[in-house]
Ligand binder design. Structure first.
Ligand code: ADP
Ligand code: MG
Length: 345
């Protein structure tokens, strides 16, 4: 098949997306597909091989005035404009199958506040949170369990996030996050281990073995994510069978609940029981002795996608090789496009 791979994009994750995009392009080629590489510049221009790409609603993509026949598009874009439904909407106007989630699920998962509200509705365990600038927000935030985590609601790669240990630093942290997004979320702390799980599929999505983020840094910030040697990924994570099964089950549940398709990496905090054997559980909601509590942190609809990124590593640990993973996502894109076109509006 002929597949256009989109990478770059307008967000601060532009460079990371270029790496992921090239890896996917090579993966698809290894699986036998023909690949057209399209880079989205920071300005928003779409370029292939030095030529501007034109988006023609109802028709397709055109280069030098000629329509390019395509079987599918594979957006490998992170953050605003690429992962949040904006590009997905453009692809819908073209009418081409594309890998990953549709407009709605992309937008819901990009916005930490919206996803958390949806999860709250469905009773998915998560940390407490408050939206900054809403009535009474500061009093409510100061009642949450410290340290507080202050984040732009719709970004990634830990950009604009502050860990606030001193209540006097809350305002500055909120101002910092608001530089990136007027929607700011303040979260309670989770002391849990950072466990991630890759999900693949449409209606009957499957979850990979979970992995664990092991960093020597204080938390999984931008440097820890992208500086060589700062973070190790245990794939699979060292978890007991029961917790492993529970993480995988929760991952596919939240994937479906958020309406995702194709792929997503679901990130959790796993809080383990710290009580001595036989000791009574003191707090309601605390893990019972011998049990762990799994909290959803976030869902990434277009996670880092190099061969060594967590998403692909976890599939590899589960027995799915990188080219097969890329290939499967194209198949799923076509499948979803077909079932979506069965609905009339
Ligand atoms: N509520 C929290 N409790 C503990 N650590 C957190 C919390 N929120 C974020 N972190 C830390 O910050 C990192 C980035 O936060 P995350 O919400 O995943 O943002 P991003 O979308 O930028 O990846 C997490 O991987 C974790 O290390
Ligand atoms: Mg994250």
């Amino acid at each position: 098949m002929r597949v256009a791979v989109l990478s770059g994009g307008r967000s601060s994750e532009h460079d990371i997306s270029l790496l992921s995009g090239e890896a996917v392009a090579e993966g698809l080629e290894a699986a036998g597909h023909e690949v057209i590489r399209i880079q989205i510049e920071k300005s928003g221009l779409w370029i292939t091989d030095g030529h501007p790409v034109e988006i023609r609603p109802g028709e397709g993509l055109a280069v030098d005035g000629d329509l390019v026949s395509l079987d599918a598009v594979f957006p490998v874009l992170h953050g605003p404009f690429g992962e949040d439904g904006v590009t997905q909407g453009a692809l819908d106007t073209i009418g081409v199958p594309y890998a990953g989630s549709d407009v709605l699920a992309s937008a819901v998962c990009m916005d930490k506040l919206t996803l958390k509200r949806l999860c709250g509705f469905h009773g998915i365990p998560q940390v407490g949170f408050v939206q900054a600038f809403t009535p009474g927000w500061k009093e409510q935030a100061l009642e949450l369990e410290f340290p507080l985590w202050v984040k732009p609601s719709r970004l990634g790669s830990s950009v604009g996030i502050s860990k606030v240990t001193d209540r006097d630093d809350l305002d500055a942290a909120v101002r910092e996050a608001a530089k990136f997004d007027p929607r700011v979320i303040i979260e309670a702390n989770s002391p849990g281990r950072e466990i991630e799980c890759s999900v693949l599929g449409n209606e009957d999505a499957e979850a990979s073995l979970p992995g664990e983020i092991l960093t020597d840094d204080e938390w999984y910030d931008y440097e820890a994510k992208y500086t060589e040697g700062r973070t190790r990924i245990a794939a699979p994570a060292d978890l007991d069978d029961k917790t492993t099964a529970a993480v995988r089950d929760l991952a596919t549940r939240v994937f479906t609940m958020a309406g995702c398709s194709g792929l997503a990496r679901c990130d959790f905090f796993v809080e383990e029981d710290t009580a001595e054997p036989g000791e009574a559980v003191t707090e309601p909601g605390e893990p019972a002795p011998g049990q762990s509590r799994i909290l959803l942190n976030e869902i990434n609809t277009i996670p880092g996608f190099t061969r060594t990124s967590v998403y692909a590593k976890l599939w590899e640990a589960t027995g799915l090789a990188y080219p097969d993973l890329c290939d499967r996502l194209v198949e799923l894109a076509i499948q979803r496009h077909k079932s979506a076109s069965e609905h009339s509006f």
